[in-house]
Design a protein around this ligand. Structure first.
Ligand SMILES: Cc1cc2nc3c(=O)[nH]c(=O)nc-3n(C[C@H](O)[C@H](O)[C@H](O)COP(=O)(O)OP(=O)(O)OC[C@H]3O[C@@H](n4cnc5c(N)ncnc54)[C@H](O)[C@@H]3O)c2cc1C
Length: 327
């Protein structure tokens, strides 16, 4: 590992200023992703700005919904009574990720910012436009079993690996950030980006901006009764999703008033299935309806040499998640 400086930040403004002053400084939260990347030489910061002392851990009800501080750990969020009661989909998604030890360290802000698990990104001997812009994409013609079905480009076919993000996009979360120019709120669907010509940028956050928290609208708690997070992976624990589905239904009897659906493991960003949601509105819940919704969701999917199985796995996962949620 390369030598680096370490600063413990006691104030939000000071933490942001540290990144303004030093172009190679990075925020450090739980360290479960950043330290791994540093050990492998994928990220080489000159300074780590430890943000753990900042007062960004609070989880509380607000007039418009629920506020979750950026430094709340994944375990604290998943186990919090307000989350369990109002937004159980988020708890299910978080608990499907990593291991209890990791969830005790990993924070909300860090989870939003975690990098892809594409092997070519981690392997310094291989080309990767995300790690080394302009070097090429090793996965495009390589071993692309974990890779994208939607929204990829010729420069990158990596996927966002987070489970939490899939629930947050389905629940219409908003990301709150603070930077040298002030504060702003970013709708969750606009926080992560597609690779396009610049796969080195995972999201729309400026380098000097700090995530302060995430809010969930009160309206999303209408889905608390019928939710499911289905994660399909190579082992039943401690593995990233091949495909995951967050499903939430607001129902009156057997009629679907409204649906929320998103997939993980299929795109560079958590992939909201708006057309399928629209289709489900007003329909009677049942396997035939769910199969039609899944077919709509898969329109435009493009597989590569080794991930063609996802073209079957993904719609089946959507149907199963909807069936479980509606039951
Ligand atoms: C073995 C293993 C298995 C895993 N399995 C899963 C899984 O199945 N599902 C899943 O979803 N995740 C999984 N993870 C990933 C894990 O959830 C992330 O590593 C974790 O969420 C990152 O959070 P952190 O607080 O440790 O971030 P850090 O490692 O501290 O930081 C990660 C990045 O976020 C930036 N950052 C952190 N906080 C902020 C902030 N407030 N504002 C701006 N930038 C910030 C840092 O600068 C850094 O670039 C796994 C990780 C490991 C090591």
């Amino acid at each position: 590992m390369n030598p680096f400086q370490y600063t413990r930040s006691l104030a939000t403004a000071g933490a942001i200023q540290s990144l303004v002053k030093e172009p190679q400084a990075h925020f450090l939260a739980g360290g479960t992703n950043l330290i791994d990347l540093m050990k492998m030489g994928v990220v080489v910061p000159e300074r780590l700005v430890d943000i753990n002392p900042l007062p960004l851990k609070i989880i509380e009800k607000t007039v418009s919904g629920l506020h979750i501080g950026a430094l709340a750990t994944n375990s604290e969020v998943a186990d919090h009574p307000l989350v369990l009661q109002g937004y159980p989909l988020l708890s299910l998604a978080i608990n499907a990720g990593a291991s209890p030890q990791l969830r005790n360290m990993a924070t909300v802000g860090g989870n939003l910012m975690q990098r892809t698990r594409c092997n070519y990104f981690f392997d310094l001997t291989m080309p990767c436009n995300k790690r080394a812009p302009g070097s090429g994409c090793g996965a495009l013609e390589g071993y692309n079993r974990m890779h994208a079905l939607f929204g990829a480009s010729d420069h990158c076919i990596a996927v966002n690996p987070s489970d939490m993000n899939v629930a947050l996009v389905a629940l219409d979360a908003v990301v709150h950030v603070k930077g040298p120019k002030g504060e702003r709120a970013i709708p969750f669907g606009a926080f992560h980006r597609l690779p396009g010509d610049h796969p080195e940028k995972d999201n729309t956050l400026e380098r000097t901006e700090l995530i302060t928290g995430v809010t969930l609208p009160a309206s999303s708690s209408a889905f608390k009764g019928r939710v499911h997070y289905l994660k399909v992976r190579d082992r039943s624990s401690y593995a990233f999703a091949l495909v995951s589905v967050a499903a939430a239904l607001d129902m009156e009897g057997t009629t679907i008033r409204e649906a929320r659906l998103a997939m993980g493991g299929v795109a560079h960003k958590p992939w909201r299935l708006f057309s399928a949601e629209q289709f489900l509105k007003g329909k009677t819940a049942g396997v035939d309806t769910f199969k039609q919704a899944a077919a709509i969701a898969m329109q435009g999917a493009k597989a590569y040499q080794y991930n063609k199985f996802k073209l079957i796995l993904a719609p089946n996962a959507i149907v199963e998640a909807l069936q479980t949620a509606s039951a």
